[in-house]
Design a protein around this ligand. Structure first.
Ligand code: BGC
Length: 717
């Protein structure tokens, strides 16, 4: 129905100004049902008779708009009256913005602001009344004077909108598709932890939690007085407000008050923050007047973890907050600085953890749809989805998300149709590697990210010491093996890819007979490239020992590190790394007060000084991927590829006395799954296991074939 309407447009005088459209209409009869179909070039808020329609914040979300532009459907039956006023305010959102690092003309060059809508009213007498966007609508510059994804917004509550006519455009409607992903909603409302006057004299409110969303405030003021708010993730080592790591993103709210007491919150922007600074505030500062509203995609939590270590529990909480903060319609790297992009490596290293933590099926299916839409004819997959860069890198380990993510999603939810849909893009990616590499069976050359941010990077480089050809070739093999697994699962012929994989492994072993870094060992183990997995894992353990029982891995090695140790029987050492509190480690950030996951192991140093402002997010979920080792090895919960989606599970817990106990639950589609273990004072370990399906349970050296039910086991240490 929406395609029968036309895009209408009103051009604001200033760039990043936001039009408000309106239409008044009278009902022609008693109504039975009324459905509004709507979308915009930008992000919109629609109101019917002054009331917000629906709970979708920042609708229609971010897709490859040229090919897939979601529209939404709202039931507005109960909000219609005899005389009606429908209004829509549109801000540029993800449709148009500047300052993208690397700057893509596609985004900066788009013009946001147009809206298309169709309100279909079915009357009790069977007649239909339709209100389309057309030349009868009016529009003007809204009270939202300025709105920019990175910079924030200016809202003038005193403004009287003057309405004029709209232009009916011939913008294409071909890309319009119904809503596919999870909608973005408001979630927790967080009250301030404290009000601080910093050494510089800044008025700062600490919400105690790094998050994504916006601040709501109640202020009493005279017309024209202003509230100006800045956002930050941390205070610097002197206790002052620190915004340098936002880089060019100003992330401000400027609100011009009307007379009296008023409540305001942004409606077309989001911010990544823990602290706000009141740069201007006309009223007495009272913490009760401020609330941080958490905003993220409406994913349902499914994973619950609790252990005997309070630090580790806080780390678990940080992983969940990291995920919530970065699952905002697309999986973003970070929510605060001038990026907020769908970086593909960050996503593929975290997708397994993400899918235990929350039900991410719908969320990722939509994003994978965009990945397919962005893939070039030659198979190239950009390193951010939707693509936000004019430049392109070869992207081994980044663009390999195109094979890794669908397979992982299949293991988690068992949806064959999704896998079938993604398969052509997976195969095309393999062809791209084949056509772009210098070697037939290795992926060499090109401009790669390597083991991004690894600690063994040479001075001044962000690329770790691991050989980039090694990493690219390892991911080549891994991507091919994801294609093989997928073809096998779909009952299709995989002989070509099996031969290819064998050739890649042979070539790999010949070219890379020795492994230098932790990450090289890790990849050789995890991707089954090493001839002797146990020996390689032993060598990895030696490297970790030599390095003072600490890691050097970056984005590529870290997510697999503990698994690679466990594969060779070094679970004890894996626990040592997990529970390590000194730098570098996961718990170091927790000890430093982190409430989300840091981008850098040394984002903040022990003395409170920060790594560098050029690239230092305190809300990057990637390293939180280690939580999948807790699910899969500590708690021992493993999916079975022949029975994906928890149709059958393997439970093989690996307790460690340092932790005391571990309790892990996953709400699967078949019911709750739980693996609990605890060390008793008599030296035994008690296990409580609940499975919602058939399960192979291993306790120590004993195996049990079980069906759905609750089980208790004991083992001696
Ligand atoms: C992002 C990362 C990303 C990386 C790749 C960064 O700017 O924040 O998470 O994977 O670039 O180069």
């Amino acid at each position: 129905m929406i395609k029968q309407a036309n895009w209408i447009e009103y051009k604001c005088t200033e760039d990043y100004g936001c039009p408000e459209y309106k239409k008044t209409f009278t009902l022609s009869g008693n109504i039975k049902k009324a459905i509004l179909y709507i979308t915009a070039r930008g992000v919109y808020e629609a109101k019917l008779n002054g009331k917000r329609i629906g709970g979708f914040v920042l609708a229609p979300g971010w897709t490859v708009y040229e090919k897939r532009h979601q529209y939404q459907e709202y039931d507005v039956t109960s909000d219609l009256k005899a005389e009606n006023d429908l209004s829509v305010t549109v801000a540029p959102g993800w449709y148009q913005w500047e300052n993208v690092p690397g700057r893509d003309e596609r985004i900066a060059g788009r013009r946001a602001g147009a809206v298309i809508a169709s309100l279909v009213i079915t009357c009790e007498n069977g007649e239909t009344q339709i209100v389309h966007t057309d030349e009868t609508w009016l529009a003007g510059e809204s009270k939202l004077l300025y709105s920019h994804l990175y910079n924030g917004e200016i809202f003038d509550a005193t403004k009287e909108i003057s309405y004029g006519s709209v232009e009916v455009t011939n913008y294409s409607k071909d890309a319009l598709i119904p809503q596919e992903g999870e909608i973005i909603c408001e979630h927790e409302r967080v009250k301030p932890l404290s009000y601080i006057i910093t050494p510089k004299g800044e008025r700062v409110i600490d919400f105690g939690q790094n998050m994504t969303g916006y601040v709501e405030f109640e202020v009493t003021a005279k017309a024209g007085e202003r509230v100006k708010i800045s956002h930050a993730e941390i205070l610097d080592s002197d206790g002052n407000f620190y915004t340098k790591n936002y880089r060019s993103a100003k992330a401000n709210i400027e609100y011009i008050c009307r007379d009296g007491t008023q409540i305001y919150k942004p409606t077309h922007n989001f911010y990544g923050f823990r602290y706000i600074r009141l740069d201007e505030y006309p009223d007495d500062v009272n913490c009760d007047d401020f609330t941080a509203i958490v905003v993220h995609s409406n994913i349902k939590r499914t994973g619950f973890l609790h252990s005997g270590s309070e630090l580790l529990n806080k780390f678990f909480s940080n992983v969940f907050w990291g995920q919530k903060s970065n699952f905002l319609d697309i999986p973003t790297d970070c929510p605060q600085r001038d990026e907020r992009l769908g970086w593909t490596a960050d996503t593929h290293v975290f997708i397994k953890a993400a899918s235990y933590n929350y039900n991410t099926d719908k969320f990722f299916q939509k994003w994978l749809g965009d990945m397919v839409a962005e893939q070039l004819e030659n198979g190239f997959v950009p390193v951010t989805i939707p693509s936000a860069f004019a430049f392109s890198k070869d992207g081994a380990a980044w663009s390999d998300a195109v094979t890794i993510c669908p397979w992982q999603l299949y293991l988690a939810y068992g949806d064959k149709e999704m896998l079938r849909r993604q398969l052509p893009s997976m195969k095309k990616w393999i062809s791209f590697i084949q056509s772009s590499s210098k070697d037939k069976y290795l992926w060499t050359g090109g401009n790669q990210f390597g083991d991004w941010l690894a600690l063994d990077a040479p001075e001044g480089s962000r690329i770790g010491a691991s050989n980039t050809d090694f990493i690219a070739s390892a991911f080549y093999a891994h991507s091919v093996s994801r294609v093989i697994e997928s073809l096998r699962a779909l009952g299709e012929d995989f002989s070509y890819y099996e031969d290819l994989h064998k050739n890649i492994v042979d070539a790999f072993r010949t070219r890379f007979p020795v492994y230098q870094t932790q990450t090289e060992h890790v990849l050789a183990i995890e991707f089954n490239l090493a001839e002797d997995i146990t020996k390689t894992s032993d060598a990895l353990a030696q490297l970790v020992h030599k390095n003072g029982n600490s890691l050097t891995t970056g984005f590529v090695g870290t997510p697999y590190l503990l698994h690679a140790l466990s594969k060779g029987g070094h679970t004890n050492l894996a626990y040592t790394l997990l529970l390590r509190e000194e730098y570098p480690s996961w718990l170091f950030s927790v000890k430093m007060g982190a409430t989300t996951i840091w981008e850098h192991w040394d984002g903040m140093r022990e003395d409170g000084s920060v790594w560098s402002s050029t690239m230092n997010s305190f809300n990057h979920y990637a390293y939180g991927a280690v939580i999948d080792w807790v699910y899969e090895v500590s708690a021992g919960i493993q999916t079975v590829k022949e029975y994906p989606g928890f149709e059958k599970v393997i439970i093989s817990p690996h307790p460690d006395k340092r932790l005391g106990h571990l309790d892990v639950k996953i709400d699967t589609k078949n019911g709750p799954l739980r693996s609990f273990w605890q060390y008793n004072s008599d030296g035994s370990i008690r296990y409580e296991i609940t499975v919602p399906c058939d399960a192979e349970i291993t306790i120590g050296t004993k195996n049990y074939s079980c069906s759905k039910g609750d089980y208790i086991f004991y083992s001696q240490i």
